[in-house]
Design a protein around this ligand. Structure first.
Ligand code: 6PG
Length: 247
């Protein structure tokens, strides 16, 4: 392991999600104590869904939702009620169940004439919330990892301006929808803490490469938050096989 990453391995996604929920609560309490708000970035995909539902069910009163601002690491360029929308997923699993003010739910817009104009709009939103900041002052970014080493919608070979905070990109055909908007590594690295939530044996090679001593060109390797990088990994993703399934 070449970086001061913190790695926690769990027997199941359920245990991983519980640890992630406790992390969200801890950082939320710290952040509100520090600066009166909690800036949380949610990822898309399926891995965080048990966490979202757990937060809605068991942490409704344990997290300072009224002073929480929610952002997304990326979004597919589909309507906000589309089944592929990361916003729609988080809205149904979490947002609609907790008392977070609607003005503090910062959805990546996907109802513009183009994904590029939507990316520019989200950049304006972030700059208005973090005026004169070099990078967005997120407190916690929850991120997923693809088997190809992508995170957010930063896919291998994607082209974007790394100086920007938000970019419109085209993803690979094997991970539709292809038109996406993503925070760039520069924006994600503005986060004080970043936590990868990773499960499934198909992620093992990417996990091994990212935690190993070999330099890696994988997009997720560009994530270097200001204070802590935490890996919450289930055993199949960490070991490459599912013990429960036997030898
Ligand atoms: C997206 C996500 C993406 C996701 C990974 C892992 O929009 O698809 O932001 O980066 O986190 O692809 O997805 P799973 O959790 O579904 O494996």
């Amino acid at each position: 392991m070449t970086r001061s990453d913190e790695v926690q391995v769990f027997a199941s996604l359920s245990e991983l999600s519980r640890a992630a929920a406790d992390l969200v609560k801890k950082v939320a309490d710290e952040s509100v104590a520090r600066h009166g708000r909690f800036h949380l970035v949610l990822s898309g995909g399926s891995t965080p869904r048990p966490l979202f539902k757990l937060l809605a069910r068991d942490y409704r009163h344990a997290i300072p939702w009224r002073t929480t601002h929610v952002f997304w690491s990326d979004e597919r360029y589909v309507p906000p009620d589309h089944h592929d929308s990361n916003f729609a997923t988080a809205e149904s699993d979490l947002i609609q169940h907790v008392p977070i003010p609607a003005m503090q739910v910062h959805r990546i817009p996907t109802d513009f004439r183009s994904s590029e104009s939507a990316a520019i709009e989200y950049d304006v939103t972030l700059n208005s919330l973090f005026p004169n900041a070099e990078v967005p002052q997120f407190d916690l970014a929850l991120l997923g990892l693809g088997a190809d080493g992508h995170t957010a919608s930063l896919f291998p070979g994607a082209s974007y301006d790394g100086n920007r905070w938000v970019a419109a990109v085209v993803g690979p055909s094997y991970r539709p929808p292809r038109e996406r908007i993503t925070l760039t590594p520069r924006a994600l690295n503005g986060s004080r803490i970043a936590a990868f939530l990773v499960c499934g044996p198909e992620k093992h090679r990417a996990v091994q490469s990212l935690l190993g001593s070999t330099a890696t060109a994988l997009p997720a390797a560009e994530i270097r938050p200001r204070e802590r990088l935490i890996w919450l990994i289930d055993r199949p993703a960490h070991d490459g096989h599912d013990h429960a399934a036997g030898p």
